[in-house]
Design a protein around this ligand. Sequence first.
Ligand SMILES: [Zn+2]
Length: 283
Amino acid sequence: MLVNMKEMLADAAKNNYAVGGFNCSSLESGMAAVRASEETGMPFVLQFAPVHEQYLAMSVAGPLMLQLARAAKTPVAVHLDHGSSVEVCLRALAMGFTSVMFDGSALSYEDNKAATAAVAKTAHALGATIEAELGSMPHNYNGELGNYAPEDFYTKPEDAAEFAGDTGVDALAISFGTVHGIYKTTPKLSFDVIKKVRAATNGLPLVMHGGSGLTDADYREAVSCGIRKVNYYTYGAIAGGRGVYDLVKEKPEGLQFHDIAVRATKAIADDAARVMRVLAGKI
Ligand SMILES: [Zn+2]
């Protein structure tokens, strides 16, 4: 069923678990996430990242995701991931997305706050929820931070408290040492940052981006400290690729494309179900 993130995140906080945020970059990845959710009974966030426009246009992904959510037996929020402009957030809300992320992390603190507050007002008027980001998450650094130390990127608890109060966001993505994509070095996570931001924001649901490639123990610790949503994409996409590779080895001749789509969907769904169980504390 189609929902926004409000009750989903409140229930996660009450029962100390996190929901997954799974990106829909193809019909198969969207179907796989729904299958994993129905198999595990876990609600989740089906999200579209504009960076994936090259694989699937948002104009097609939006109606597809909304239909997948409506038809699902479990609660599914349809969310825009990393909306980098107010305009793209408003476009998603107009399409019926039940949630948006405005990512102003590259802006100055004041500009991020003002734009986030504007999007939050519209989102709430439409019954949708909003996630924002504070503290910069290294993009495309692949774990190599150059001259920076991991703590240079951490979210400051005092900023988070003011930002949350002034914008009214429903969830906040914070920076505590994760990076997007594939980790080339062992990530240095500061769980203390999560605890301090959680305390400073009176338990606002916190979001972890760059969820791929961490250990199960890292996930469990992050959840116990206050992470309520974990964005997960890269390793699921790799699981899909591996499933297809195995299929090609099993049947090098006469393979039909629908067989590839079916195998990829199963591999991504199996991986997503495992992640959902870890986030639920069931593994
Ligand atoms: Zn992200």
